[in-house]
Design a protein around this ligand. Structure first.
Ligand code: SF4
Length: 385
């Protein structure tokens, strides 16, 4: 690790937050008192980003010290055919379009075997909702991954896909989750929540599940013993008080079920989407605040992830000092954000991830999907140039 990134001297920190009018929030953070929705709104609205970041950094250090997690993972977006038309999505295609594709069991097995060099511990699989593929298709997606790599952790299906399976299976909820477990599902990623607010749902993704259904489905997933993550897609039409509402609902569900592993704010990329004309690429200012407010409001979430695909590697690295303790993984072949114009690469080498973490003053730790530590990386890297 390079020189450690340490928090400010307490007296200096106090002056910083006093100047930002956040002394009472500082006191709450120091004494572990939960922040209110009004506090959350103030964190979004203050121009003193450094003060917000400092508060989040203190919480991050208290929970994780200087550790920063990454994993060796592969992404497979197994079909882009989707019956829905979310306005922020550039990935989905309709059947018959030249860019439409669907992967089946053999394709998934082949794809997983391509990455032997990476020694992946996780495959992350999400996709469109294909109008003609049935319940067994989803089970086969999971089984194929396990056939190719029996030891791999399959993190698959957003709440949109889980809800779809529950509806089309003709089976009970208990049977569906038993089938998924038997097929080899390990956990669920956190996508599909977008912004858990009715106004945003109606305006941008009205034909797929809305806030209450997302929360209800997440509750089912967790009650059936699966861990999962939670996301928020920010930087389009949502307003600060709606982001607070989103975070408070996640926090309440975590109080109830306790199955969220990480919160992952997702920066919106507008290109080729139905929101392109509203669109600006999110700024570093906005990205750092989103990470920091997430860390401060979600006091019951163990991990905050800076997802480099959407943030860019440079911003994800900086986010480690704004409350994030995880930078995601090697990824490979991500399509959803790339179709919307992200400038990030499709894949990151393990050494590059480690270099990003070390340069920012943190200790790289390779983790499993469920945050068990695999390796504290102390070995020197090959020179980068
Ligand atoms: S975001 Fe998901 S559900 Fe919505 S159109 Fe895109 S692939 Fe389909």
């Amino acid at each position: 690790m390079n020189q450690r990134y340490e928090p400010l001297d307490p007296a200096v920190a106090r002056r910083l937050v006093d100047r930002a009018g956040l002394a009472d929030v500082f006191d709450k953070v120091e004494s572990g008192v939960r922040l209110s929705p009004e506090d959350g709104l103030r964190l979004y609205e203050t121009p003193h980003l450094a003060a917000v970041g400092h508060l989040a950094h203190r919480v991050r250090l208290r929970r994780h010290g200087h550790k920063a997690y990454f994993n060796n993972n592969i992404h497979i977006n197994y079909t882009n055919v989707c019956q829905y038309s979310c306005k922020f999505c550039a990935f989905a295609a309709k059947e018959g379009e030249p860019r439409a594709y669907t992967m089946y069991g053999a394709d998934i097995e082949r794809k997983l075997r391509e990455y032997d060099d990476l020694a992946p511990t996780e495959v992350h699989m999400v996709a469109g909702i294909h109008p003609r593929e049935g319940y067994d298709y989803y089970l086969e997606v999971v089984r194929a991954a396990k056939r190719a790599r029996p030891d791999i952790h399959v993190k698959a299906f957003t709440m949109v896909e889980i809800d779809h399976m529950l509806k089309i299976s003709g089976k009970t909820e208990d049977d569906v989750f038993a089938d998924l477990r038997e097929a080899g599902l390990g956990s669920c990623p956190g996508g599909g929540a977008e912004v858990l607010v009715d106004r945003v749902h109606k305006a941008t993704f009205r034909d797929k599940i809305g806030p209450q259904q997302w929360l209800d489905t997440a509750r089912k997933v967790q009650r059936h013993g699966f861990k999962m993550n939670a996301t928020m897609l920010y930087g389009h039409i949502e307003r600060p008080h709606e982001r607070v509402q989103h975070l408070v609902q996640l926090r309440e569900l975590q109080d109830e079920c306790g199955g969220f592993m990480a919160y992952i704010p997702l920066a919106f990329w507008p290109f080729h989407t139905g929101l392109e004309r509203h669109g600006h690429v999110t700024t570093g200012w906005m990205d750092m605040r989103e990470i920091a407010v997430g860390r401060l409001m979600l006091d019951n979430f163990p991990n905050i992830k800076a997802y480099w695909i959407m943030l860019t590697p440079e911003s994800a690295q900086t986010a480690l000092s704004f409350g994030a303790n995880d930078i995601d993984g090697t990824v490979t072949e991500e399509k959803i954000t790339h179709d919307a114009g992200t400038t990030s690469p499709e894949r990151m080498n393990r050494d590059d991830l480690i270099r990003l973490i070390r340069e920012a003053g943190y200790q790289p730790v390779q983790r499993t999907t469920t945050y068990e530590e695999i390796e504290v990386v102390d070995a020197p890297l090959a020179p980068s140039h």
